[in-house]
Design a binder for this molecule. Structure first.
Ligand code: CU
Length: 310
């Protein structure tokens, strides 16, 4: 008999009931604040999952038509009219009110996420800055012999700024160029009335003690600046000092003192404060004016902090 009933008169096939267990997946993880994920999309996904989760009883377990009429009424509804009720029921939970709520929480979450992201970024940057401010461990004790044959240690320079350079007297070009530059900086500091130039001790340490004895060092340092201190010593002590200053040097292993050879070495001036702590390093690309200005500023800052703590 049912075979003859027109199709449109048959009851609508029952939609499969989706159980809570298989119908709703867990909320996605809270958007990763640190990654470059798109916040807005993350929030939409999250909100959608939250909305589904919150309203799944309405959607899944209680077909709208089975709800008691009172439950289907909305606060914004006027006196119940058949058409209006039908419309509201069909609309489900997406009333203008819930849409506004959805939008408001979305904007709120987006703002919060942005703020959190920025805060974490700021914290990361600050940590990085703090690390950069933390002085590298450059410098340390040395026990050497100066151009007059006197034993000299790092203790002798405490209370003065040091400008330390490692090189060798047979260096054909780089060492002379760099020491000339250093001499120009010293002259400028000496002429500057705001600072006491003699507070800076320029120190040349040879990394070729095999050929650079006391006499050689004395002649060499005098070529550049009258205040330039030249230091040499046993190879082990030179190595120790170079290691402390993170200076690399190497001479050909078979080279004899009477031979003409080059020593490969790092080319940096290390500017140390009166406590023997590293302040700055100047390489080949640093020009006289730049080095002079930086050193002057370091000296002024030191004067200021000394007068504050006095
Ligand atoms: Cu050199």
């Amino acid at each position: 008999m049912l075979r003859n009933v027109p199709r449109w008169l048959k009851p609508a096939p029952r939609l499969p009931r989706v159980s809570i267990d298989n119908g709703i997946t867990d909320l996605p993880a809270w958007p990763n604040l640190v990654s470059g994920d798109d916040d807005a999309i993350n929030i939409l996904i999250w909100q959608y999952a939250l909305a589904r989760s919150a309203t799944r009883n309405l959607f899944v377990n209680t077909p709208a038509t089975m709800c008691p009429p009172a439950l289907r009424r909305y606060a914004t509804m006027g006196p119940r009219g058949q058409g209006e009720l039908k419309e509201k029921t069909l609309m489900g939970p997406f009333s203008p009110m819930s849409a506004a709520l959805f939008l408001a929480t979305g904007v709120g979450l987006y703002t919060y996420l942005r703020y959190e992201k920025e805060r974490i970024q700021r914290e990361k940057e600050k940590a990085r800055e703090d690390q950069a401010v933390g002085k590298p461990r450059i410098g340390g004790p040395f026990d050497l012999i100066d151009q007059d044959g006197q034993r000299v240690t790092n203790q002798d320079f405490l209370g003065k700024f040091m400008l330390v350079y490692f090189g060798f007297t047979h260096c054909p070009d780089i060492c002379p160029e760099e020491l000339d530059k250093m001499a120009d900086v010293l002259d400028k500091l000496d002429q500057d009335k705001d600072v006491t130039g003699t507070d800076v001790m320029p120190i040349f340490i040879t990394c070729d003690p095999q050929r650079d004895g006391v006499k050689q060092i004395k002649e060499y340092t005098q070529e550049f600046h009258p205040r330039l201190v030249g230091l040499t010593g046993p190879f082990d002590e030179i190595s120790k000092a170079a290691k402390a200053y993170r200076v690399y040097f190497s001479k050909p292993p078979t080279a004899q003192p009477d031979q003409d050879y080059l020593v490969d070495h790092s080319i940096f001036f290390y500017f140390m404060d009166p406590r023997g702590e590293f302040v700055d390093a100047f390489g080949r690309e640093s020009q006289v004016d730049e080095v002079y200005t930086k050193i002057k500023n370091y000296m002024l800052a030191e004067q200021q902090s000394a007068s504050v703590s006095a």
